[in-house]
Design a binder for this molecule. Structure first.
Ligand code: MRU
Length: 442
């Protein structure tokens, strides 16, 4: 049993750790001389240590870990403006709902920095264009639009045609840093809330099953669902994690297994389809997943395969818990039916790391996310505590509590429509039948 003081200590430790990581992230200490770390033979070095997914190299450049290369190599890619941030997001260099919101915000702030000496009307056009490119980089995770809208609200607040380019750049930088810092604090509070409801088996470890990747790589600091796992581990709780490999992009196999290894949390990688038999044998105590967008009624969009897990969990009486900061909650989206689901490249299904696993030209359907209906969700863990059904009420109340603590700025401009084909989609984004790979379909 974890008592309250022990738990408070764990959350404090999480905060301290994340502050140390934020130092690397935001301070001078983490600057590297090269964007790619290499071993003595010149090959990219194998990663070591627990890492945030991005950090500043200089005032002009953010370095993001190229998550496509993990776990085999630690390669960093520079981002100097919103266009480069949008490209990195679209191509999965950086991924995970909270992380893409943070990188988008920093990318937009860097564009404002580059436009410091532009004429006011030109700067306004540049920033509006940059914001639109970012908003459409990926359609499902609402954190992206939320973060960009927040920076644009700050821009509106200081005056979009202000002649003071330095002041505009400084304000947008401050707002982006506030988003990063708030995420750290929110995720710590979310972990604290999640730890309190983790099942306590009479003997042996609590057996958590998780899907996709919800650790620091996806969140900027220590994670949402994996943040709860990490908090439990730090609290001295015995934890065992079943890691879904998460076909087809393998975020579980490549990223979650790597992060749990770094954190020293016992885990076992499983094929996605092993989840059902494990639950049937009573070997799963709780399913913990993240969210890319929680609709106003609690329907939750998350990585493809999440819905299947929720159905299995209900069948076997296993609690199914979503861990999501309120920046992933979209009260303007009434239900899951209104969430745009990203479709990604056929190659992600036809190949593994460039090696074909199906006949060429096989028609492919590759939705990156699915929607779990609210009635299959036992609880939604947020920085405002554990929310229970009916989620329509509990989500609205939590959002109200949060906005009382951090009043929203001037109303953000309406989001750009989510188009069928993202601007700048390249041929490598195309599906086998030539359809746009990242089309937003409702
Ligand atoms: O396509 P990805 O890798 O960006 O998808 C990420 C997920 O689905 C995560 O589960 C989600 O963003 C929650 S992360 C806290």
């Amino acid at each position: 049993m974890v008592n309250a003081s022990r738990m408070a200590g764990v959350v404090e430790e999480l905060r301290e750790r994340s502050a140390a990581e934020a130092n690397v992230l935001l301070g001078d200490g983490g600057r590297s001389e090269a964007t790619t770390k290499r071993d003595s033979s010149g090959a990219p070095a194998a990663p070591t240590g627990f890492r945030t997914p991005f950090r500043f190299e200089s005032d002009d450049t953010l370095l993001v870990i190229d998550q496509r290369e993990l776990p085999h190599a630690l390669v960093e890619e520079p981002i100097r403006n919103a266009a480069e941030a949008a490209r990195a997001i679209r191509h999965m260099v950086v991924r995970g709902a909270p992380a893409i919101g943070q990188v988008a915000a920093i990318g937009l702030a860097l564009s404002a920095r580059q436009a410091r000496s532009a004429r006011p009307y030109a700067r306004r056009a540049i920033l509006h264009g940059a914001a639109n490119i970012l908003r459409i980089a990926r359609p499902t995770a609402v954190n992206l639009r939320w973060a960009v809208d927040r920076l644009m609200a700050r821009f509106a607040e200081i005056g979009e045609t202000s002649p003071d380019g330095d002041a505009v750049a400084a304000a947008l930088y401050d707002e982006a840093m506030a988003i990063v810092a708030e995420a750290t604090d929110d995720h710590a509070r979310l972990a604290e809330a999640g730890l309190a409801i983790l099942p306590q088996p009479e003997a042996g470890p609590v057996r958590v099953l998780t899907h996709c990747n919800t650790g620091p790589l996806a969140c900027g600091q220590f994670g949402t669902a994996l943040g709860v796992v990490q908090a439990a581990h730090l609290a001295g709780r015995e934890v065992k994690v079943w890691v879904d490999e998460t076909r087809p992009y393998l975020q579980g196999a490549r990223l979650t297994a790597w992060e749990l290894q770094q954190a020293g949390v016992p885990h076992t990688l499983i094929p996605d389809m092993a989840a059902g038999p494990l639950m049937a044998r009573g070997e799963v105590d709780v399913v913990l997943v993240g969210a890319d967008r929680v609709a106003a009624n609690g329907d939750t969009a998350n990585k493809i395969g999440t819905y299947t897990l929720a159905v299995l969990a209900e069948r076997h009486g296993v609690p199914f818990v979503v861990c999501a900061p309120l920046s992933s909650v979209d009260l303007a989206t009434p239900s899951g039916a209104d969430v745009p689901i990203e479709e990604r490249s056929a190659d992600e299904v036809l190949m593994i790391r460039g090696i074909p696993i199906a006949p060429r030209w096989t028609p492919v359907l590759n939705p990156a996310f699915d929607v779990t209906p609210a009635e299959l969700i036992s609880a939604i863990v947020t920085e405002e505590g554990v929310l229970r059904p009916p989620f329509g009420k509990s989500l609205a109340a939590a959002a109200k509590r949060r906005s009382r603590k951090r009043p929203p700025r001037a109303a953000p401009e309406p989001a750009a429509p989510e188009p069928a084909t993202p601007e700048g989609a390249t041929t490598d984004d195309a599906t086998a039948n030539g359809a746009p790979a990242e089309a937003a379909t409702s």
